[in-house]
Design a protein around this ligand. Sequence first.
Ligand code: FAD
Length: 108
Amino acid sequence: PPDTAALGRSTWTFLHTTASYYPQKPTETQQSKMISLLDSLSTFYPCSWCAKDFQKDMKVNPPEVKTRDDFVKWLCERHNTVNRKLGKPVFECSLGKLDGRWKDGPED
Ligand code: FAD
């Protein structure tokens, strides 16, 4: 089976970094492609219980992809939902904290 911790760290790195560089004024096409990416990810994510919970959470909290700032905050909240489920500390979903970690910050 996959190493769900390593897979999770890599996937969050991809998602938060991609959100950081998402356009501030995305076109309709870019918005629908991001929704497709998230739908596809939650369909094929190779940790079935993670995928199932992520799909449920996205149904209650649909992706906010109208601007970069909305999207990075929405994603932070989805990650915090998983953090709470796993008993991990929650992250402060401010643009300052998020950009410091994922845009201007460390590369790891
Ligand atoms: P991670 O949670 O991987 O976080 C990596 C880094 O992101 C942190 O070091 C921190 O700098 C930063 N960070 C933390 N929180 C936030 C935030 N809210 N916003 C922005 N940056 C943040 N694992 C399970 O065991 N069960 C599950 O059901 C499960 N579901 C998952 C669903 C998805 C969609 C994904 C991508 C992963 C899931 N995982 C799940 C994996 C889990 O979230 C962690 O990735 C894994 O446990 C490793 O945790 P970690 O402590 O190394 O840090």
